[in-house]
Design a binder for this molecule. Sequence first.
Ligand code: ADP
Ligand code: MG
Length: 560
Amino acid sequence: MAKKQFKAESKRLLDLMINSIYTHKEIFLRELISNASDAIDKLYYRSLTEGNTGLSRDDFSIRLEPDKEARTLKIIDNGMGMTKEELEKNLGTIAKSGSLDFKTEMEKKEDVDIIGQFGVGFYSAFMVSDKVTVVSKAYGEDVAYEWESTGADGYTIKDCEKEGNGTEITLLLKADTEDENYSQYLETYQIKNLINKYSDYIRYPIQMMVEHQKLKEGTENEYETYSELETLNSMIPLWKKNKSELKDEDYNQFYKEKFYDFTDPAKVIHTNVEGVVSYTALLFIPGQAPYNYYTKEFEKGLQLYSSGVLIMEKCADLLPDYFSFVRGLVDSQDLSLNISREMLQHDRQLKAIAQRLEKKIKSELLSMLNTDREKYVEFFKNFGLQLKFGMYDKFGANKDAVKDLVMFYSSSEKALVTLSEYVSRMKPDQKYIYFASGESTDKIDKLPQTELLKDKGYEILYLTDDVDEFALQMLHTFEEKEFKSVSSDDLEIEESKEEKEAAEKQAEESKDMLECMKEALGDKVAEVRLSQRLKSHPVCLTAKGGLSIEMEKVLNSMPV
Ligand code: ADP
Ligand code: MG
């Protein structure tokens, strides 16, 4: 009785597990291939440590055999295999990981790179299969065993024949449609696709017979079909190769293929970090902004790999928003994955990686700014807006990370300049960093408010994006210099004694006229004053308080 009750529970558990821990059914192939790779690793390590197996690395491979007629997909490896007890233990017990046991045992001695650890990946096969058959022969044993299950109803084990060691898994795939004999997972392109996506960096060749067409000999337009054994994975990830072996062209091609871009990246960052958390990162700064970059559809994130297996397609936590344009990947063995391997359990390691990446990206951008200005300006035209948003976003929490990277158009340089360049050119008596806001640099250049400053030889930053002034306000100061709008009430320019006296005298003389003007304008203005800042224009508007007129316009146009 008690036993029966327990069976019902484990049935439900299996069901729950199969259908709820994975978001994508397609990962079954990743899981089974990872297991095959683990099984080969185990035997390979044994051959290294025992030295008498007569096996070399080249002897190992993983084979895929789709059979459309039978609607089956076979995954075959020549790894360690399983004894009857191991089949029972590893496949008959949910959450039992033979690989974890192996790893715990080995880790004391060697640096092993085994993927498995949770003892559930195997069961993902039931998401896409009506029946799973495992034929396995442990290395060094004579007998093979067949384990078979349709999922919830339990399993059977019996003796069987098998040549050579290893495991052969046959999935009777569920039919995708009413067409009883169709499953997308039998299509060559789909299999290639999944290997490419998840298992491209498995260290052993994943092979499959692939059909090709070729011109029949002696004919001009008759074709014949032939099959060829193809290796579907590239095995060694580009980022695991030595930097000195890699050319710009290799990186560029990798980037374009992997991230579907037509343009070469503006910058490649390839970094290997050993430490509390070890990882390799391969990052790219795109040569142009993706068409949807400044829209809600755009999703930031880096690919995350664990021991060469893709865990997450877009891990957002690895990038701060202001560097959301960066594409690339991180590969680390030190991540604690959760059971579905689609999420991470503790983000402590992830945070550590993210922090270091942020520093790295910033320093690479600064070095680009210093060594290849033209390129940097091009970069800034693509992604500068995002950096400026970053300065302003989160109440300026990240302003210090970005302030050295932003540029604005300069009245005197007629080009984009950084804040620190502006400050380095400030006059000895200059108190403020002056800026003027407007729609375009041309329009700003004609503003009467800029005349006096220009005349006195002060540099002015022209702000043309809505976010610019907010960003500067958030920064408040740069190298202890405050910002001041050219339209602010008082520009606080040093005046000589004579200039001051002359101005006071003129104001006194014009008092009646100014009062008359104020009367005529009424509530539309707060005050009418004589101004020293005008040279060729008769009149200009200034703003009381901190906000510039342009910023008030932006605020007024915002929905309330
Ligand atoms: P994990 O891989 O996380 O350990 P799985 O559910 O994927 O969990 O697999 C359970 C166990 O079954 C593995 O740990 C391993 O011991 C065994 N196993 C699965 N597939 C194979 C295989 N192809 N060859 C040998 N052993 C395997
Ligand atoms: Mg596994």
